[in-house]
Structure formats: C-alpha cells, structure tokens
Write a protein that binds this ligand. Structure first.
Ligand SMILES: [Mg+2]
Length: 122
C-alpha cells in the first residue's frame, strides 16, 4: 500500500526539517513548504492526503492558509483535507472553528502523539 502524502507548512526551516525527518522515517511522503503561497502551489501540483500546519507564520497564519487551501480544493472539485495544527502557543485552538480542522498539537511536539493523530485522520 502506498503511504500517505503530508503537506507540511511551517515558517521555521528547523521545524520543517525535523518533522520531515520524523514523518519520512514512518514512510510518509512529505512536502515541506514555508508558507501559504507555496502550500497553494503544492495543492495544485500534487495529490495530498493530510495537512500539518504551524499557526503563527509571518506571511499568512495557519488558519487563514488552511481556509484558502480549502477554498482552492473545493473550487477545483476536490475533497477537503484533514488539517492538524501545531503551535507553540497554548489557547490557540480556541480560534479554530472550521469543520475541516482535525486537531491542535503543541510544540515541542510529542512524536508518538503526532504519529497517532496523523494515523487517526488518514
Ligand atoms: Mg511559526
């Protein structure tokens, strides 16, 4: 069975690299991007199964990014994707009302918890 493809969005290159490593080791195909514009490009170019996104980013925050991705998917007739947010700030999950949002995890992320949550939403 082919492993799922995860779109990984974070403005911090160190986070991108470390999470990419963790997920690749589990056999996921990982597409790391630094923000909203690159994420939208990736959505158009590739088939993606799940989005893992930071919330606080300078270009556009993770919630707005997820909403734009959602709109892009819907307008091209594709199914919406589960979104798991990762944030360094507690209380951030209050702002997340969108129905497609899966879960919010906090940095530093517990790898086993992250992998369990990803499996839940695939
Ligand atoms: Mg950030």
């Amino acid at each position: 069975m082919q492993k799922a493809t995860v779109l990984l969005i974070d403005d911090d290159p160190l986070v991108l690299r470390s999470l990419e490593k963790v997920l690749a080791r589990e056999g996921y195909e990982v597409l790391p991007v630094g923000g909203c514009a690159a994420a939208l490009g990736m959505i158009r170019a590739r088939k993606i199964d799940l989005i893992l996104s930071d919330i606080r980013m300078p270009e556009k925050d993770g919630v707005s990014t997820a909403k734009e991705i959602q709109q892009a998917l819907l307008s091209s007739g594709k199914k919406d994707l589960p979104v798991i947010f990762i944030t360094g700030y507690s209380g951030e999950e209050i702002k997340l009302q969108a129905p497609f949002v899966g879960e919010t995890l906090y940095k530093p992320v517990d790898v086993n918890q992250l992998l369990a949550v990803i499996r839940d939403y695939l």
